[in-house]
Ligand binder design. Sequence first.
Ligand SMILES: *Cc1c(COP(=O)(O)O)cnc(C)c1O
Length: 305
Amino acid sequence: MKIALQPSPVQEIRDDLLTEKNIRLFIKRDDLLHARISGNKIRKLKYNLLQAHSENHHTLLTFGGAYSNHIYAVAAAGEIYGFKTIGVIRGEPYPDLNPTLKFAISKGMYLHYISRSKYKNKYSAGSVSELKEMFGLFYMIPEGGTNSLALKGCTEIIDEIDISYDYITSCCGTGGTLGGIIAGLNGSQRAIGFPVLKGGAYLRKEIQDYIKKYKDKVYLNWHLVTDYHYGGYAKYSKELVEFINEFKRRQGIPLDPIYTGKMMSGLYDLIRKNEFRKGTRIVAVHTGGLQGIDGFNERFGNLIE
Ligand SMILES: *Cc1c(COP(=O)(O)O)cnc(C)c1O
């Protein structure tokens, strides 16, 4: 099995604010990384799919919420790379499927719903053996796709960048992507993570642990900016929505309201507040997630253009 990813493009963002502050901002377009599996999710899946294949697995089982980009990506990857897929979904089934789950089913994913309380203990020995009884052998991918093989996949973001820069930024859900970026930097430059959940400071230790497990190293050249969650996961503000629509109009680059919009809006705010020295060069990673816009618009009323 072969998963050949072409390096995603790096584009410069041009904007009056950036000129005024004398900041060069580049965006690494991982949303364009793969025709059918966008963004960081295919990076995180790449070595997991190869591992599953080498262990002769035919079925992938993973976990996620009803709007999860990861569920979407695993369903698509299963169809492309020839695995059966099972999505263990948090919460009760809704009578009408949302766009994410509709897509997952169309790609052949079997959806298995579990209660929120059960979901909390999804990795316990009891829960896993229950799933094994139900579904037989499977290759298990954790929620959000984060494990050591996912970090390995994300180190390739760094390998692909051939311009010079001072900072690289990513939004964080589990922090696996940022962990891979930090591991890939291997001590050079500086990484900044923007948690999209409220109270994201707890991610510091989680990310450290992911890196330790993957590489047995501790890095200090990174930090989290926890102020740009806009109320929490899948929460938003009018300003965030306006920023995303405006950014697309001016730059021609779509951002999603759950992840990348929060990072870019936060980054602009930091630049506005002179948090970066003149002459600083920043690479912001566009981690994809654009499939989530449909579900967001369906829920909240076509806010994202
Ligand atoms: C899943 C996702 C993230 C979060 O990635 P982590 O590795 O869990 O931090 C960020 N951006 C987008 C677009 C995502 O879909």
